[in-house]
Design a protein around this ligand. Structure first.
Ligand code: ATP
Ligand code: MG
Length: 573
């Protein structure tokens, strides 16, 4: 086993400030030292094309691709397409797009387990000839029963067929002579092994099903364990990294490789990613899509790569997240806020700031001339001076956020109220001098205000201070938009925390989507393109959704802001 890094490493003479390695990197370095694979590092990401990739897969991709990159090695994209009934071309295409988008480059090394079907078939005959595999006529149920309990299993009555009979039957299985489920090919290992996976595991089953790549050429299909290590071996993979539940399969992985006498990669297991408020299992994600709980695989509430991409996530943010959560052997649950934080940090650096009002309240500046517009200068990104400035129009009629006005403001409310003065971001001090109410409902529908022309740019020459700064949009030039706000898809950190007799779906959050229409945005957004990401000042980071059409902008809220605004308010600007 690889050594572990701890505080005692100094004493052993290691460089004290050498960056610590994760346990997989330590294994790789150990192999490099012993020369197990020369100095070669060759990893792969092996998705089964039976669904869209999710954030958990991103962890695996970052780990595998990251290793290849760190050690100057190679990285393969391999479709583990051995189960024709659940796999589809649509999934193959989406996986390719998602891996590419994440920034993992397989440099043309795109492979398919189904391309190895002929080779696997030959190897199966080899095992039969060596007495290491046999054709079994037990049904699936019988095989399960014979597999037994902890005390041991029972040998199949077909276990000791002759090589000739086995070869004949296996060839006829391949030839399509038998109905589905009639026979299997099994490895002849050990029915009393404490490891159930070694109790004569199935290698091939008969399935008269059309495969998305090989069509009707095959009617026997290899099981995962029989195909996976062999595919790794064919491709010259050095480190075959998988999730912990495959640890118990490793003896079988090794048995197949050793029995065939072929090149032997090292299987290494790591803990899968689990996230709070999230389900990460293709089976469940398919269910959410098929039952209409979400609007598709790329619904921005989905933890799929395509979902988070549409929501506004960047590949950089996801990679940063994967780096931070690290790689270990211990199953745990990561708080979803880690993912959100990674996005905030990334967009804080890169996203231009703009002003948008989600729930507009009309403001009339009484002392501003009718029909006039003034252009004010606004900073695009205080974190990035090279992003420059832009002009925002100011005029007599503006919109502010309904939340930024209170008729009877509490003590710690620093925004607008009757008789109060605040700063309008990038513009002037504005004072509320009157309120117009709906005659019937009594609801405030308009504010009457005055502005102080001497405060242009945001400071008063007489040194007068205001406590609040709010965003606004000029009515005449405003761009209308729909804005979609998202909350967690599940109500509880652990979606499986449900009353007896329910499943995770009982925890679906009925308010995970809120659609706002009639939002008012500053005119610089008129030209926004699908996928553009911006910060609406004080509100969060938003991304233009693909449902947008010319003249009809739709934004997704990717993530809210933390209290960066509180800091700005403190600084007084
Ligand atoms: P699911 O359980 O979601 O259906 P899977 O493991 O069946 O996922 P595969 O397509 O077989 O999906 O996975 C491809 C690779 O991604 C495998 O190496 C698998 O171990 C890894 N992987 C899948 N889910 C996670 C996860 N939550 N965290 C880390 N790696 C994962
Ligand atoms: Mg799988």
């Amino acid at each position: 086993m690889a050594k572990t890094t701890d505080s005692s490493s100094d004493a052993k003479g290691d460089k004290p400030d050498a960056p610590s390695l994760n346990f997989v990197q330590e294994i790789v370095e150990e192999h490099n030292r012993t020369g197990r694979f020369g100095e070669r590092v060759h990893t792969r990401f092996p998705p089964e094309p039976n669904g869209y990739l999710h954030i958990g897969h991103a962890k695996s991709i970052c780990l595998n691709y990251g290793l290849a990159k760190k050690y100057g090695g190679k990285f393969n994209l391999r479709y583990d397409d051995t189960n024709p009934t659940t796999e589809e071309q649509e999934y193959v295409d989406s996986i390719r797009e998602d891996v590419h988008w994440l920034g993992a480059d397989w440099e043309g090394r795109e492979f398919y387990a189904s391309d190895y079907f002929p080779k696997l078939y030959d190897w199966a005959e080899q095992l039969i000839r060596e007495g290491k595999a046999y054709v079994c006529d037990l049904s699936g149920d019988e095989i399960a029963k014979y597999r037994g309990d902890i005390k041991g299993g029972k040998e199949s009555p077909y276990r000791n067929r002759s090589v000739e009979e086995n070869l004949d039957l296996f060839r006829r299985m391949k030839g399509g002579e038998f109905p589905e489920g009639a026979r299997t090919l099994r490895a002849k290992i050990d029915m009393s092994s404490p490891n159930f996976h070694l109790r004569d595991p199935i290698m091939y089953r008969i399935m008269h099903a059309r495969h998305h790549r090989t069509g009707d050429r095959w009617c026997i299909y290899p099981m995962y364990d029989w195909a996976h290590g062999e595919s790794d071996s064919i491709e010259g993979i050095t480190h075959s990294i998988c999730t912990l539940e495959f640890e118990i399969h490793r003896p079988l992985y090794d048995w197949y490789i050793q029995s065939l006498g072929i090149y032997h990669p090292q299987q290494i297991e790591f803990a899968r990613l689990n996230l709070t408020y999230t389900v990460l299992s293709k089976r469940r994600l398919i269910q959410l899509v098929q039952e209409g709980h979400v609007k598709g695989w790329d619904d921005p509430r989905m933890p799929t790569i395509s979902g988070v991409r549409r929501r506004g996530y960047t590949p950089q943010a996801i990679r940063k997240f994967c780096e931070r959560i690290g790689v270990s052997k211990f199953n745990g649950v990561i708080d979803v806020s880690w993912l959100e934080d990674a996005l905030r940090e990334d967009l804080n650096r890169s996203a231009p700031r703009v002003m948008g009002v989600l729930r507009p309240l009309k403001v009339v500046i009484e002392n501003f001339p009718e029909g006039q517009t003034e252009e004010l200068e606004a900073v695009n990104n205080p974190e990035d001076p090279s992003a420059g400035t832009r002009k925002v129009p100011f005029s007599k009629v503006l919109y502010i956020e309904q939340d930024d006005f209170r008729e009877n403001p509490p003590k710690d409310f620093f925004r607008l109220g009757p008789g109060r003065e605040v700063r309008f971001r990038w513009a002037y001090f504005v004072k509320c001098v009157g309120v117009v109410k709906d005659e019937n409902t009594g609801e405030v529908i308009e504010l009457r205000c005055t502005y102080d022309p001497a405060t242009r740019g945001g400071d008063a020459p007489d040194g007068r201070k205001v406590k609040g700064t709010i965003h606004w949009v000029s009515a005449d030039q405003a761009v209308d938009a729909e804005v979609r706000l998202y909350d967690h898809l599940f109500l509880k950190p652990d979606p499986d925390d449900v009353p007896e007799g329910n499943d995770y779906r009982a925890n679906l959050n009925p308010k995970s989507l809120e659609v706002l229409t009639g939002c008012k945005l500053e005119p610089s957004l008129a030209a926004a393109q699908v996928g553009d990401r911006v910060q609406f000042e004080r509100l969060g980071y938003f991304c233009v959704d693909k449902d947008s059409a010319p003249g009809k902008l739709v934004f997704n809220r990717a993530v809210t802001l933390r209290d960066t605004w509180a800091k700005i308010e403190k600084k007084g600007k």
